[in-house]
Design a protein around this ligand. Structure first.
Ligand code: FMN
Length: 174
């Protein structure tokens, strides 16, 4: 895509995938986008775990009560986490990287969706704790989300700019 407005209008959460793998070059581009994201004080508080193992993707899809099932059908999932011992903006840092990686995916024609993890549960178990255990992530990393990727089963319509929530924007004062 050669235009930023078209890119941000085209990006839609994709939860159904063809099953086709993502190429190593595409995986590299996605991770590169995350590493290009800005961080507070340039401390790079984020770290990422890329997962393409089918069995692991299936286990990740059960890491919270709802909204994670789509991870089972992904070609790739990237766990977006932050070093809580480094700086209090680890959530913001990881969130911006998540937005970057999703936009890079769209630019490559790859579908993606955010699976929220922080403050989520699977029954009585904290989702972050379950994922730390599954993937060997040290305790001082907070997990914001997992972004699932795959080739889109169908194209969703781009966002309609004639129908935006302009009432959310306040000019000068609230
Ligand atoms: C912070 C955040 C958390 C989200 N959590 C989930 C989730 O756990 N599972 C899911 O399927 N989608 C999740 N989404 C995707 C939203 O449902 C989706 O972005 C929203 O419905 C708007 O659709 P769009 O992405 O196509 O514009 C999340 C998105 C954001 C930004």
């Amino acid at each position: 895509m050669n235009n930023f407005e078209s890119l941000i209008r085209a990006r839609r959460s994709t939860r159904k995938f063809t099953g086709q793998p993502i190429t190593p070059e595409e995986v590299q581009k996605l991770l590169q986008a995350a590493l290009l994201a800005p961080t507070a004080k340039n401390l790079k508080s984020w770290e990422f775990v890329a997962v393409d193992n089918k069995n692991m993707l299936q286990q990740l899809s059960t890491c919270k009560d709802s909204g994670a099932i789509f991870l089972e059908g992904c070609a790739l999932a990237v766990v977006m986490m932050g070093d809580t011992s480094l700086i209090d903006t680890w959530i913001e840092d990881a969130s911006i990287a998540a937005a970057y990686i999703q936009l890079q995916a769209e630019d490559l024609g790859i579908g993606s969706c955010w699976c929220h993890i922080r403050n989520r549960y699977a029954g009585d178990f904290e989702s972050e704790e379950l994922i730390r255990e599954l993937l060997g992530i040290p305790d001082h990393f907070g997990i914001v989300c997992i972004i699932g990727f795959g080739n889109k089963e169908k194209m969703l319509p781009p966002k309609d700019v004639s129908n935006l929530s302009w009432e959310k924007v306040h000019i000068g004062h609230f």
